[in-house]
Design a protein around this ligand. Structure first.
Ligand code: 5RP
Length: 219
């Protein structure tokens, strides 16, 4: 089974969490694209979706799924998104697609976060994947110096401007033993818009696609 087939299996398994008549929060990335396609097949059964990026908005629009403003929906029952890395304790690294800030907002406003991944993304300790941090452009060098003091090695993601007009620093941390603590410390650096650690508000459900099928872990 290829990695894409595992992603697709995890994405399709998330459809059972979609409640009739609901508004669904939708993440960003290649795994979520499979979920959007599956959502398109049941679009008559939902009211619409809240998108976490311009790319997701476009894909939802293409399939005729109404895209709603989070300011008018109130809290959502369900958010479905992928991740770049996940522990079995439901902490995540996200932001490989540079959409982490809006993803974090929709996740925060949702009662249940179902995370869909392939089994190659499950780790014991976060940190193999460099941690994306969205930064206000004029603060780029300042934030880079601050994260270096925290033990990280920042690299500016070349040629990328986020949907919010900011830049991304990809920061290599060897082992993130305390994801909640690091998430909070990074949040306190002036100029950081959001960081890709989803630990304070991690996933509630992990759907892990593997050759043997989809494993489901719940908080
Ligand atoms: C985008 C994300 C994605 O969820 C993450 O990068 C996983 O992407 P993919 O499903 O393409 O592997 O956080 O900002």
């Amino acid at each position: 089974m290829t990695q894409d087939q595992k992603k697709q299996a995890a994405a399709e398994a998330a459809i059972k969490y979609v409640e009739p008549g609901s508004v669904v929060g939708v993440g960003t990335g290649s795994t979520v694209n499979y979920f959007i396609d599956a959502l398109g097949r049941i679009k008559e059964r939902i009211e619409g979706a809240v998108a976490s990026s311009d790319a997701t908005t476009q894909r939802l629009n293409k399939l005729g799924i109404p895209v709603l403003d989070l300011n008018s929906t109130g809290d959502l029952n369900l958010y479905v998104d992928g991740a770049d890395e996940a522990t079995r304790q439901f902490a995540l690294i996200k932001g490989g697609g540079a959409a982490l800030t809006r993803e974090k907002i929709v996740a925060a406003a949702s009662r249940k976060f179902v995370c869909i991944i392939d089994d190659g993304k499950v780790v014991d300790v976060l940190g193999r994947f460099p941690l994306p941090i969205e930064v206000i452009p004029m603060a780029r060098s300042y934030v880079a110096r601050q994260v270096t003091q925290l033990g990280g090695q920042p690299v500016l993601r070349q040629g990328v401007t986020t949907d919010n007009g900011n830049v991304i620093l990809d920061v290599h941390f060897a082992h993130i033993e305390n994801p909640v603590g690091l998430e909070e410390r990074l949040n306190h650096i002036t100029g950081v818009v959001a960081n890709g650690l989803f630990a304070r508000r991690g996933a509630d459900v992990l759907l892990i696609g593997a050759s043997t099928g989809v494993t489901e872990l719940s908080v």
